[in-house]
Each structure stands twice: as C-alpha cells, then as structure tokens.
Design a protein around this ligand. Structure first.
Ligand SMILES: NC(=O)c1ccc[n+]([C@@H]2O[C@H](COP(=O)([O-])OP(=O)(O)OC[C@H]3O[C@@H](n4cnc5c(N)ncnc54)[C@H](O)[C@@H]3O)[C@@H](O)[C@H]2O)c1
Length: 246
C-alpha cells in the first residue's frame, strides 16, 4: 500500500510517520521543506494541481496538515479555511479522481469542544459543536469527509486526538514541558498506529476514532471502540509521568 501523508513535516507528522515505516511506500507532503528519506512533495494542499500530482499512484491518504498557528492566523478565517478546509476538499476531490478508497483524517477534540467544556462523556455520536475558527475548520473537514464517504464510498477514519504530547520528552508542539499527564494526552506515534490500523480495515465506513493514550481517557471518551475495532492499545501511555487522575 502506498500512502500520502500531508503535513508530514509538522509536529504530529514527524511522529505519526514512524509506525508506517517499513510497512509500505510513503509519499510525504508539506508546504515547508523537511528532512526525510521518503519520497517528498513540497507544495500547498490548497493548490489543486499540486494535490493531483501528490495523489497520483497512491492507495490511501493520511490528512494531517493544518495552517500554522502563527501570530493571529486563527483570529480570522482566511488562512485556516484556505489550508484546512479547501486543502481537505482538494484531497478528497483528487482521491475520487485517482480511485483512492481510504482516508485517515486527523480531526480534533475541537469538533465537540462544547461538550468537552461541560465535562460530558465524549461518545462517537455527539453532534458537531465547537468554538472558534480552528474548531470550525475541523468540523468542516469531518463534514467534507462524511460527504465523500456517502457520495463516493470512500472509507474514512476521522481520528480525534486531544492534546498531542511526546511521551519521551513530555513536550507539546510549542515546546512546553508537562509536569503531569492528564486524560487528554496522546503521543504522536500512537496516532500514527491508529491511522495505520484504520487504513487496513477491509470494511472501513465513516468512523470516528478517539485517539488518547492514557488509561484515564476511557473515563472521558469512547476509547473502547478504538481499542476493540483496531485491536489497539496505547504504546506510549505516559506512565513515566505523574498522572492527574481528575
Ligand atoms: N497539536 C495538537 O495538540 C493537536 C491536537 C488535536 C489535533 N491536532 C491536529 O493534528 C494535525 C497536525 O497538527 P500539528 O499540531 O502537527 O500542527 P503543525 O503546525 O506542527 O503541523 C502542520 C503541518 O502542516 C503544514 N502545512 C501548513 N500549511 C500547509 C499547506 N498549505 N499545504 C501543505 N502543508 C501545510 C505545516 O507546514 C506543518 O508542517 C492538525 O490536523 C491538527 O488539527 C493537533
């Protein structure tokens, strides 16, 4: 299986790619150059011609790009919608043209931010209800993905991480160091393994997969489905850190 991973040079991408290594061919895409031994496409997901080129000869996609959170980027709609929403629409559009049947979309807990804030259990069937421009773009991504599933039969794993942190360094994407782990923590490599297993499902529909690494997570979100459906357990469970059990 040949897989295209977008946003591959980013914080998530650098770790997500690891479980895929040695499992098939990889083509990695990003708008910013980054070192990799794998085939690379440099360009924007917002450019359909580039996306058409990037998706040619590929069997599955992992959509993991996002407009970077540079100063003020998410205080207005322009860049987040251009990259997150149009970029995702371009990838699904090209997927149909190239006969690609499986996509892992890296979504976010932000799509149900409203319920998370109220301490509700995060099942897989909550209505989409976020807050702010970032959430809006992630909601749009899931809606586009579901539409392409219904209309063209593309199997989609909508993977919802919460707070991505590296277990080895206990640092997040901004370099902030965690003193203790809470239920929202997820390691980049665990997300990659969830995506890899989901893409191997022969009967992948449009499916939500919560992606969280600590044992406390099952109290807050429907991790059981991810565990059972993918025969997966977190490998990077943050047991090296003190646990915030609330
Ligand atoms: N970091 C977290 O805690 C977190 C939590 C939940 C979900 N996510 C999701 O994980 C994914 C990756 O986030 P991240 O934290 O690694 O962000 P990041 O900014 O570190 O990585 C995103 C990558 O996308 C690339 N990119 C930006 N614009 C692009 C374009 N036009 N075309 C192609 N590539 C482009 C960037 O260069 C960057 O390498 C996103 O979908 C995000 O919503 C992240």
């Amino acid at each position: 299986m040949k897989i295209l991973i977008t946003g591959a040079g980013g914080y998530l991408g650098q770790g997500l790619v690891l479980p895929f290594e040695g499992q098939g061919e990889l083509r990695l895409m990003d708008v910013v150059d980054f070192p990799t031994p794998h085939e690379k496409v440099l360009g924007s997901v917002a450019d359909l011609d580039t996306v058409q080129r990037a998706t040619e000869g590929v069997d599955a996609l992992v959509i993991a790009h996002m407009a970077s959170r540079q100063a003020g980027a998410y205080e207005t709609t322009a860049l987040p919608y251009e990259v997150n929403v149009k970029g995702t629409a371009n990838l699904f559009f090209a997927a149909v043209q190239h006969g690609i049947k499986k996509v892992a979309l890296i979504s976010s807990i932000g799509v149900v931010h409203y319920y998370q804030q109220r301490g509700e259990f995060l099942s897989r069937d909550l209505p989409l209800r976020g807050e702010g421009v970032y959430s809006q773009t992630k909601i749009c991504q899931e809606i586009i993905a579901q539409q392409y599933h219904w209309e063209f039969g593309i199997g989609v794993a909508a993977i919802r991480p919460a707070y991505i942190t590296d277990m080895d360094t206990a640092r997040d994407k901004y370099g902030r160091q965690a003193e203790e782990a809470n239920w929202q923590f997820v390691d980049r490599r665990d997300i990659g393994e969830i995506a890899r297993r989901a893409l191997l499902l022969p009967d992948l529909g449009f499916e939500i997969f919560w992606a969280l690494s600590t044992p406390m997570a099952a109290k807050h979100a429907d991790m059981e489905h991810t565990y059972r459906r993918l025969d997966w357990k977190p490998r990077y469970d943050f047991s090296n850190l003190k646990q915030d059990l609330s």
